[in-house]
Write a protein that binds this ligand. Structure first.
Ligand SMILES: [Zn+2]
Length: 100
C-alpha cells in the first residue's frame, strides 16, 4: 500500500521535545517523497528565506536605533561633564589655550 501521507515532521509542543509525522496528505512530491503544501521543501525554503530577510531587516533597523541611542547617550554624558566643570576650569583651559 502506498503511503500518501506527508513525510514532513511536526514539532510537538509541551512536555515532549520530539516530533511526529505530519498528518496531512502528501499532495506534492519532492525527490520521491510526498509532502503537504506546508512541508513541501521549496515552500519551506521560501518561508525560511522570507523569515530570514525579515529578521535581517529588523536587525538592521534595531542596530541603527542602537547606534543613534548610543550617540545620544554619549552626547548627553559629554554635556553633563561640561556642566560639572566650574568656571575656573574654563578659565584655566583658556589660559592654556592662549599659551599654545
Ligand atoms: Zn506536512
Amino acid at each position: 500500500m502506498e503511503n500518501n501521507m506527508c513525510v514532513g515532521e511536526v514539532h510537538e509542543d509541551g512536555r515532549s521535545a520530539g516530533f511526529h509525522q505530519c498528518c496531512r496528505k502528501g499532495s506534492l512530491e519532492y525527490k520521491g517523497k510526498k509532502y503537504c503544501k506546508t512541508h513541501y521543501p521549496p515552500n519551506e525554503e521560501a518561508k525560511r528565506k522570507e523569515r530570514e530577510e525579515r529578521w535581517e531587516k529588523n536587525w538592521a533597523e534595531r542596530k541603527k536605533e542602537w547606534k543613534r541611542e548610543s550617540n545620544q547617550e554619549r552626547l548627553i554624558s559629554m554635556i553633563k561633564k561640561l556642566e560639572s566643570y566650574d568656571k575656573s576650569d574654563f578659565e584655566k583651559l583658556k589660559k592654556l589655550a592662549n599659551k599654545c
